[in-house]
Every structure is written in structure tokens, then in C-alpha cells.
Design a protein around this ligand. Structure first.
Ligand code: PHB
Length: 384
């Protein structure tokens, strides 16, 4: 007895000495890790705003549990993401890890989710294999091979048959290059050149020179959220906006956060993607208005993925009636379906990946602002 008491006292002393927090029974802790500084800070800002907006709209208590959000910046450095996740799990005893703006950050952290048996909700990264890296990963953002579906079908039917592809040279870019190429060729298109551009500090000029020389009917582009402005600036500087080459891509290039800043040269760019700030639903109108009011930002697809990621955590907790063990939450998340500002979505219970509509959209000016105007829908697209 004395021995048990002693070890309990020592245990408590160790806890105090190392400053480990004593957990309130009724709190559920969510550790959100995002790039909030550096070149991808806009991605982190959007996701954080989405998460906070959901909490503001729905209150910070679910199934009698108080939700505690802890946010940390990884500056888009994978070693940071991993270290923060470790600290979150060991010191903060988080129930859920969330965030992960880019693929390398999610991949680096996957083993920690497995080891700790903590759900890891991916709100940004898009590379297809990510959920295969841990049975605790669930995704609310997008899958690379999903977002090329609409544009690969649309382009050859609309006079764009000879195409050059240009992608950021890292995992999601390579995925997208392949999925677009396969589907575009099957739909009757021809790829005349494939170009990969470094992700960090991209200088598109020499690559755009090659595009100009190849004289394609269309240029298919994938760059991650935020990078579209730099790409478009150099596209114009090279005079390619006057070359007759039509721009197509995934909607990452014309993300709603930067589209007005790109200006009229974006008019007519046709892309496929899962979210437009102009998506015509009452739910989305309210989402966009609240997002602008609360955070002075127009939401893009990262913002909506953060919002739905938090929504998934809330809905899972409701379903488990507040039981917040990793396995209980994960089981509750599988197969969950709900109405998002982007349209109907669900979590595939087999792959733990998002199933969502993919829309084909064209940039137009509406009420004085630039938007991706949706005109065709591919329903409930799963990871192919
Ligand atoms: C990714 O790194 O997986 C990623 C990031 C931003 C995007 C798309 C993919 O827009």
C-alpha cells in the first residue's frame, strides 16, 4: 500500500516538475499545426480561419465536452511539423491532430498518429497516398487524382486537344500530371510536352519560354494554393496572355483568396475543383459572409477544408457521445456524410478520404469581383 502511495506521489511530483498539464476530464483537445509564416502562410491563415469560424458558429462545447484548440506554426518545415505533433501528443495530450497544409508536412507526421493512436485530420495536403501512410489519417481537403477529373474531360471537347502540362515538382504535382495525362489522352487529347517547375521560389520564365516555343492549344497548370499569382504575373510578362494559348488546370491556380489580385488576365481560365466562393447554395453564401466578416478574407478551398475538418471532429464527438479515444473518434469519422459549403461530402469508410463533387468552372467577373463560376458537375467523385 505504502509503495503504491509512494509511487503515486512520485508520479504526481514528476508531472508537476515537468509541467505536464493535468487534463480536465471534460475537455477535448485539438492540436492544429499549420504553416503560419513563410511562403505558404496564406494556406495556414485560411485553414485556421475555417476552423475558428466553425467553432464560433457552433460554440466550443460538444456532447458536454469543452473543445480546446491549440494552434502552432510549422513554417512549412516538415521536421517542425513532426516535432510539434510529438509535443502535442506527449505534453498536451491532444485527442486529435489537425492541419497539414502541404504534403511533406502530412507525410512526416503520419507515423506519430499511428504510434499515438490519435486521429490526424488532413485539411490541406492532397497527394493521393497520404491516408495510406497511417490508419489514423482522415482527409477533408482534396485528392490530387480527384480534381483533374472535370477538366481532362472538358478540354478536348472544347478545342483544346494539343496540351503542354506544367506542374510544381513535388508529390501532388507529379500525381496531378499523371492523372490529368491519363484521362485527357483517353478523352482524345495529346500531350506534347511535360514541364516540372521547382516548388520553392519558382521562376517560371525559362519554362514559359518552352511553352511559347511548343505552341500548344492549351497549357495545363498545377501550382499549390497561393502560387497562382506569381505564375500569372510571369505568364503575362512573357506575353503568353496574347499568344492564344488557353490556360486550364486544377482550381489550385485560381484560388479564391488570390483571384481578385491576379486581375482580368485570369478571365476565361477554365479549371476543375471542389470549391468556389461563388458556389450557389444558401449554406455557402452564409459561410462566405461570415468568413469575410470574421477574418477579413474571402474563403478559398483551404478555408472550407479547415471548416469541414473541424465539423468532422464535432460530428464524430456527437456520435461517440463525447468519448474521445482515438479509435472511437476514427470509427465515428468513417462514413460520415454532411452538407459542406462546397456541396455534399462524405468520408469514404474504406480509404478515409473525402468524396466530393468536382465542378468545372470558368473565371468570370460577377458583381465587380472575379470568381470561378461553376458550370458542370461531376458528382461524388471518389479517389480513383
Ligand atoms: C499539397 O502539398 O499537397 C498541396 C498543397 C496545396 C494545394 C494542393 C496540394 O493547393
Amino acid at each position: 500500500m505504502l509503495r503504491i502511495l509512494t509511487s503515486a506521489v512520485v508520479g504526481a511530483a514528476v508531472l508537476l516538475a515537468f509541467g505536464l498539464p493535468v487534463q480536465a476530464q471534460d475537455a477535448v483537445r485539438v492540436g492544429l499545426i499549420l504553416p503560419l509564416t513563410g511562403p505558404f502562410a496564406p494556406t495556414g491563415r485560411q485553414i485556421e480561419a475555417g476552423v475558428r469560424l466553425y467553432m464560433q458558429q457552433h460554440g466550443a462545447t460538444v456532447a458536454d465536452k469543452k473543445i480546446e484548440l491549440i494552434v502552432k506554426d510549422d513554417a512549412n518545415v516538415a521536421d517542425n511539423t513532426k516535432r510539434i505533433a510529438q509535443e502535442f501528443v506527449v505534453n498536451e495530450r491532444v485527442n486529435v491532430l489537425a492541419g497539414f497544409g502541404l504534403t511533406p508536412l502530412a507525410l512526416a507526421t503520419a507515423p506519430i498518429a499511428t504510434e499515438a493512436k490519435v486521429p490526424l485530420v488532413v485539411m490541406g495536403a492532397a497527394t493521393a497516398i497520404i491516408p495510406d501512410r497511417s490508419p489514423y489519417i482522415v482527409r477533408t481537403s482534396q485528392v490530387t487524382s480527384q480534381t483533374t477529373v472535370g477538366i481532362a474531360d472538358w478540354a478536348p471537347k472544347n478545342g483544346i486537344k494539343r496540351v503542354v502540362t506544367l506542374v510544381s515538382d513535388y508529390a501532388p504535382g507529379i500525381d496531378i500530371e499523371k492523372s490529368f495525362t491519363d484521362r485527357f489522352k483517353a478523352a482524345g487529347g495529346e500531350i506534347i510536352e511535360q514541364i516540372r517547375v521547382p516548388l520553392a521560389n519558382p521562376d517560371f520564365a525559362p519554362f514559359l519560354q518552352r511553352v511559347g516555343d511548343a505552341k500548344p492549344e492549351g497549357l495545363f497548370v498545377f501550382v499549390p494554393a497561393g502560387v497562382g499569382s506569381i505564375f500569372m504575373k510571369q505568364f503575362v510578362e512573357r506575353g503568353l496572355d496574347k499568344s492564344g494559348i488557353r490556360l486550364i488546370g486544377t482550381g489550385d491556380m485560381t484560388d479564391d483568396d488570390i483571384l481578385n489580385g491576379i486581375g482580368d488576365v485570369a478571365l476565361g481560365i477554365t479549371t476543375s475543383h471542389h470549391y468556389s466562393a461563388l458556389h450557389p447554395s444558401d449554406l455557402n453564401k452564409k459561410f462566405v459572409a461570415d468568413f469575410k466578416k470574421g477574418f477579413n478574407l474571402r474563403p478559398n478551398f483551404m478555408g472550407v477544408a479547415g471548416y469541414d475538418g473541424m465539423q468532422l471532429i464535432y460530428k464524430a464527438l456527437e456520435k461517440t457521445k463525447g468519448i474521445a479515444t482515438g479509435d472511437a473518434l476514427l470509427e465515428a469519422m468513417k462514413g460520415m456524410a454532411w452538407e459542406s459549403p462546397r456541396g455534399p461530402i462524405s468520408i469514404d469508410p474504406q480509404t478515409r478520404d473525402i468524396v466530393q463533387n468536382i465542378y468545372v468552372r470558368k473565371v468570370e467577373r460577377v458583381d465587380g469581383e472575379l470568381y470561378n463560376v461553376e458550370f458542370q458537375t461531376f458528382e461524388a467523385v471518389k479517389k480513383p
